[in-house]
Design a protein around this ligand. Structure first.
Ligand code: NAD
Length: 439
């Protein structure tokens, strides 16, 4: 079977590559000519562990192709997956211009039955808009070609995307015809054979499932960040509280880590879009609105702690950031807490030195040279008045504190991910601040 995947970003590239790995012939399409040229040369434009090897294997096996021409990709395809971006519009709603532009292109060029699948995260009602956009072009061409629409939201996590795609907890597919369901079942047959559940449902429920999942995860994070603040007031330790509740099977242990707030390309925009969907339907989303408010404040938490420590101000002080990406194992800096911190620190007159194992180029691309880029973590911490741990990359987990002791101007560590032990650091003569950690 043959499919087309339109949009070759984190989601499209992983989706196309993993489908090729299961034996389908996949054409990945993007309007970004530079990106497609790189992929055709075997250069992977994003950092995602294991993806380069899988791409080259499937390219060599002639199952995975990259093109800028959507028309070619649709020839004989059983399905086309729309996986372009849906960034927030000015009012917080998902901007559907890219999705609908692709839908129009599909209508312009399709010549056989196919399922038009939205894989991008889109609000309820988008599949209907996609259907209309495709049909409008078919009408303009004066042709009568049957097609179905479907919603197949993606739940992969950057950094572990291949695993998530190949071994999903579940696959959610919204359809409104038997033919579409049968086609999707065929495409996902290898996953069914491996006992990964496929949940077929109506299209609006599938569309809403994605937002609800991300909003739930964001809620857990903001909830724990609020509890962390309470811990600091009452002299408790949020790590103990987390362990205490996480061992309750009704709660589970995931997404209960307090830190510097959630970022990335999904949670912030999906939370905003869900609030907007509620508003449009006359339903103020009180819980999720608070989740967003708590998170916005949380992104400044290390800055607040720093200012509280250096009561005289931080002008002229050297502040080191370890970690720039919004989470480990990705170079993605969309909505990263590090960006908020850098902004506040530089505005306050601090000299900011940064190090990240993979996101340095991305940071340069975004903010240029307003910070000093260091070659390694210790170079970054040299002569620092404070070290802010922002992203919990593995290589930051067990630093050599003896070296840090020697090279830092002031031994103050702000641990934005609670990965160090307060007592251990205090015994080594560091001043330690965690998030919700008082003991
Ligand atoms: P991305 O920005 O990394 O990639 C989108 C790609 O689409 C870009 O390469 C862009 O050039 C291309 N594009 C835009 N318009 C196009 C057009 N008309 N034709 C062809 N290509 C076009 O985005 P992403 O992170 O992969 O996210 C895509 C969607 O998936 C979003 O809706 C996002 O919310 C959702 N999602 C993302 C993740 C994630 O972890 N990144 C996880 C699940 C769902």
């Amino acid at each position: 079977m043959k499919i087309s995947v339109v949009g070759t970003g984190y989601v499209g590239l992983v989706t196309g590559t993993c489908f090729a790995e299961t034996g389908l012939t996949v054409n990945c399409v993007d309007i970004d000519e530079k990106k497609i040229a790189m992929l055709n040369k075997g250069i992977v434009p994003i950092y995602e562990p294991g993806l380069d090897r899988l791409i080259s294997k499937n390219k060599d096996s002639k199952r995975l192709f990259f093109t800028t021409k959507i028309q070619e990709s649709l020839e004989g395809a059983s399905a086309v997956f729309i996986s372009v971006g849906t960034p927030p519009d000015e009012d917080g709603s998902a901007d559907l211009q890219y999705v609908l532009a692709v839908a129009s292109d599909i209508g312009k060029y399709m010549n056989n039955y196919m399922v038009v699948v939205t894989k991008s995260t889109v609000p309820v009602g988008t599949a209907e808009k996609v259907r209309k956009a495709v049909q409008k072009e078919l009408d303009a061409r004066g042709v009568n070609i049957e097609f179905d629409v479907a919603s197949n939201p993606e739940f992969l996590k950057e950094g572990d995307a291949i695993n998530d795609f190949m071994k999903p907890d579940r696959i959610v597919i919204g359809v409104d015809s038997q033919k579409a369901e049968d086609t999707m079942k065929k495409l996902y047959k290898p996953f069914l054979l491996n006992n990964h559940p496929i949940l077929f449902m109506d299209i609006p429920s599938a569309e809403l499932t994605k937002y609800t999942a991300n909003a739930m995860l964001a809620t857990r994070i903001s909830f724990m960040n609020e509890i962390a603040q309470l811990c600091e007031k009452v002299g408790a330790n949020v790590n103990n509280v987390r362990r205490g509740i996480g061992s309750d099977q009704r709660i589970g242990s995931k997404f209960l880590y307090s830190g510097t707030g959630y970022g990335g390309s999904c949670f912030p925009k999906d939370v905003k879009a869900l609030i907007k969907t509620g508003k449009e339907n006359g339903l103020p989303m009180k819980i999720i609105s608070s989740v967003e408010d708590v998170n916005d404040e949380q992104k400044s938490i290390l800055f607040k702690k720093l200012i509280n420590h250096y009561k005289e101000g931080i002008e002229g002080k050297t502040i080191t950031l370890w970690g720039l990406s919004f989470k480990p194992n990705t170079d993605d800096m969309r909505e990263a807490p590090a960006l908020v911190l850098i902004d506040k620190l530089t505005n306050a007159g601090a000299k900011v030195k940064v190090f990240d194992p993979v996101a340095m180029d991305e940071c340069k691309r975004r903010i240029g040279d307003i910070v000093e880029y260091s070659n390694d973590p210790y170079d970054a911490a040299n002569e620092a008045d404070a070290l802010l741990l922002v992203t919990e990359w593995n290589e930051f987990r067990m630093p050599n504190f003896e070296i840090l002791k020697k090279i830092m101007n002031n031994r103050v560590i702000f641990d934005g991910r609670n990965i160090y032990d307060k007592q251990e650091l205090e015994s080594k003569d560091f001043i330690y601040y965690g998030i919700g950690v008082t003991k």
